[in-house]
Design a protein around this ligand. Structure first.
Ligand SMILES: [Zn+2]
Ligand SMILES: [Zn+2]
Length: 154
């Protein structure tokens, strides 16, 4: 198993929020759902699921945006409004947007969700495709396979 070469530096578009990832991701996902299309203004969202405590805010103060729901908090840069990460309430991880990484050239989603909403031409290259979200019972298998085969930084 090759090294993750942690920590990783990350920043929003304008540089006001700087972050550091210090723990290996549990999984890399692409989500094609309509909410992710709107949040990213793109075809799909990219997520690295980082265990609690593995994402540090080094500089700046992210603000809550998106849907402002209690179940999941979407955090943004207060200045450039980049979507930085989401925090599902009561879960021991944060969904980090790897587009913010200083070097995102290695990031490859391992699982894609909500393929039923996929835009024509949007190809993620994920190994596992789910029409909706993966059933909770699949996550242990997916995370084990990702820890073994998931794409690493060069
Ligand atoms: Zn989504
Ligand atoms: Zn910014």
């Amino acid at each position: 198993m090759s090294a993750w070469n942690l920590p990783w530096s990350a920043s929003c578009l304008c540089g006001q929020v700087k972050m550091r990832v210090t723990a290996p991701p549990m999984i890399a996902m692409a989500c094609h759902c309509r909410a992710c299309q709107r949040l990213t203004s793109g075809a799909y969202s990219l997520t690295l699921m980082i265990p609690e405590g593995g994402l540090e805010i080094v500089e700046g103060e992210p603000v809550i945006g998106g849907l402002h729901r209690a179940e999941i908090q979407h955090s943004f840069c207060p200045n450039c409004k980049n979507w930085l990460f989401s925090r599902p309430q009561g879960r021991p991880f944060v969904n980090f947007r790897p587009s913010m990484l200083e070097d995102s050239s290695w990031v490859q989603p391992y699982v894609e969700s909500c393929a039923e909403d996929r835009l024509p031409g949007a190809v993620s290259g994920a190994k596992h495709t789910y029409e909706n979200f993966p059933p909770p019972s699949d996550y242990a298998m997916l995370m084990e396979a990702y820890a073994r085969d998931g794409a690493r930084p060069a």
